[in-house]
Design a protein around this ligand. Structure first.
Ligand code: 2DT
Ligand code: MG
Length: 216
């Protein structure tokens, strides 16, 4: 019998939803329990493709909207082997943003040739998460937390459209089964506890279930 595979846990949410903080906390707690954990985030700005993405996001470079969309997807594909290897070696892999971000930030631009389905297609075949924890935050709460940064997508109007696209995406039959909404407008500890519960349940399912990793 081979090694029991690990779970693939994805975090999604708008900017200021507390996503990166909650990811880090989960990683820390699991590691403190002696678990094998691998933490990734997309975009991974360190690769050559990631550097192109970073230049685009920071406003230093321009890109056609389709081209940048495909670069974000390519940035996931260039990590796919590492992702699969870690999972198959038994690690819990925790990912901060994945193809859901790829879909919704692009679709929110409302470009006719870039609907959700088109946006999703270059990611078809990637490892499918065992759960996508969607940290949901209202426009009001997001505004209260204030301080959008300077990057390209950190604008009120686009963020509102991104929120709509996340909820739209959740209607897709596959996405619906995987996406768990967590109300991220609450205190950090409360949100953390709910996430821990979701992750406990998912890891138990993976341990008890069919070991093969599914694909998007
Ligand atoms: P961070 O602030 O989390 O670094 O994200 N984005 C992200 C996309 O438009 N497409 C994608 O595929 C991914 C992964 C979301 C930087 C911005 O990049 C957006 C916010
Ligand atoms: Mg950001």
């Amino acid at each position: 019998m081979g090694t029991q595979r690990g779970a693939l846990v994805v975090f999604e949410g708008l900017d200021r939803s507390g996503k990166s903080t909650q990811c880090q906390r989960l990683v820390d707690v699991l590691r403190a329990n002696g678990e094998e954990v691998h933490h990734m985030r997309f975009p991974n700005r360190s690769s050559p493709i990631g550097q192109m993405i970073n230049s685009y996001l920071s406003g230093q470079a321009q890109q056609d909207d389709h081209a940048i969309h495909l670069l974000f997807s390519a940035n996931r594909w260039e990590s796919v082997r590492e992702l699969e290897e870690r999972i198959n070696a038994g690690a819990t892999v925790i990912v901060d943003r994945y193809y859901y971000s790829g879909c919704v930030y692009s679709a929110a631009k409302h470009i006719p040739s870039m609907d959700l389905e088109w946006c999703r297609s270059p990611d078809v075949g990637l490892p499918r998460p065992d759960v996508c924890i969607f940290l949901d935050i209202s426009a009001e709460e997001q505004a209260k937390r204030g301080g959008f940064g300077e990057e390209r997508y950190e604008k009120r109007e686009l963020q509102d459209r991104v929120r709509e696209c996340y909820h739209e995406m959740r209607k897709h039959p596959d996405e619906h089964a995987d996406m768990v909404i967590v109300d991220a407008g609450r205190g950090m500890e409360e949100v953390e506890q709910e996430i821990a519960e979701v992750v406990r349940r998912v890891r138990k399912n993976v341990e008890g279930g069919e070991s093969r990793l599914r694909t998007v």
